[in-house]
Design a protein around this ligand. Sequence first.
Ligand SMILES: Cc1cc2nc3c(=O)[nH]c(=O)nc-3n(C[C@H](O)[C@H](O)[C@H](O)COP(=O)(O)OP(=O)(O)OC[C@H]3O[C@@H](n4cnc5c(N)ncnc54)[C@H](O)[C@@H]3O)c2cc1C
Length: 494
Amino acid sequence: MILETSVAIVGSGMGGATTAYGLAQAGIDCLVIERGDFVKKEDANWSAREIFINQRYKPNEKWIDHKGREFTPGVHYLVGGNTKVYGSSLPRFREQDFLETKHKEGISPAWPFSYADLEPYYCQAEQLYKVHGATGEDPTEPHRSQPFPYPALAHEKYISNLATKLTAAGVKPHSNAMGVDLKSDGKCIRCGTCDGFVCKLDAKSDAQTCALEPAIKTGKVKLETNLKVTKVVVKNGKVDHLLAQREGLEVKIVAKKYVLSLGAVNTAALLLRSGAVANSSGLLGKNFMMHNNAHIAAFNVKSKNDVIFQKTLSFSDWYFDGGSGYPLGAVQLIGKVQPIMMKSYATKVPLAILKFIADRSVEFVVMNEDLPDTSNRVEINSNGMIQIYRKAVNTSAHRELMQKTKKVLRKSGFQAIFVQPFDISMNSHQCGTSVAGHDPKLSVVDQYCRTHDVENLYLIDSGFFPSSAAMNPALTIAAQALRVVDKSGLKLFN
Ligand SMILES: Cc1cc2nc3c(=O)[nH]c(=O)nc-3n(C[C@H](O)[C@H](O)[C@H](O)COP(=O)(O)OP(=O)(O)OC[C@H]3O[C@@H](n4cnc5c(N)ncnc54)[C@H](O)[C@@H]3O)c2cc1C
């Protein structure tokens, strides 16, 4: 079987779906090839046990860590990709994140374009993904040429009280930038099953709902599901075709231009498996990053947490400078953690005790920038499996952010803080495996995500990030996808 199109886009997550949306608006025919299927609307969408214990929406796939141990990766092979389960926290990176910055344990490199170059596309991406937010609260907020499309999500009473306590403890809590459909006629009901869950109501701003489906409605974009791309075939310096598999049958995909948006690890893995395509720099798969993150549960025996939609507040006071002249990161509320979700980490603690804790705790992610290091990398091992080598960099800055956060939380009345550090399996913020840059010797793609080596091949997912910043990545992926469509030759045909 042969499928033909103008632009073949592999992957329907944040990068792929947003690229398809941009191309559809420009009147370009494209085909999105997705290895996964549509997520069914079912009770399991909102079941913490199904998602966090039975891992219902995770693939039956193992990757290997640097010691040869198997782990289940933080990827979801679904229409919409990882955004089907993401937390929809959609902040912009800061101006400084695009510049070379000295960190405690090294340098965060400059990007080949500036915040100002991306800013108009951040505005478009915020419209597309219905971002709610507020200005004037966060001392680190970047310049914006347009206001947030929608006002910030109001805090529930418990969170307003928390904001008051945090302020008294010396930090400046601010509203989260969140992508949900909460406008007056919106579908969002502010339930407790958003972050980490699939939205049964299509009210979370995932890539399928906000970008792919509107793109398909234009008639310009077609979608093939359950079709896994296995090889990129290059002839005479150009991609000639892709090979893909569906239930044992081989499918050939022929296009004029090709976009790989499989997610940072899988895009690198596909190119490595295809004979190291676009790797004259030797950097394909290298500089793998995933943030230095930990979840914390702050526990106050005297105060019950009755919140439903918890993820409305952050504090970023030490984002640029933790007090010693180098950046630390951000502290952000996550969706309210249910006792059974704690069980996936605290496996030996009885559920009744976890319930006692969860009823009185509030949960955050403590997020630090990871720094690029070529020895942190994606490889294909001798059995054909994905192997990730990673030794976390900048961990002393993470420890410092954790200490400062704990101090503020203790001052805010919490008696205990439980910490769950992220391990290699929690790599959902993966990035950096096909870094963007001007110099083909020092980067895999140019500033518009076109590979330096193969003129009709673009890599549009979090792989292009030269640095990870200490902010959630998805809005930046979407903004760059829209910028690539607007500014590069991707939509131009002779
Ligand atoms: C639980 C969770 C919570 C998160 N919360 C947030 C958040 O609040 N804010 C935020 O900014 N980010 C969040 N993230 C991260 C965010 O989802 C990712 O950064 C983003 O989705 C990455 O976009 P991408 O296009 O690089 O990859 P993805 O969105 O993962 O898309 C890759 C797509 O490629 C497909 N694919 C892979 N291999 C093949 C193949 N061989 N053939 C065909 N198709 C293929 C996959 O099935 C998938 O659909 C979260 C992630 C998770 C898992």
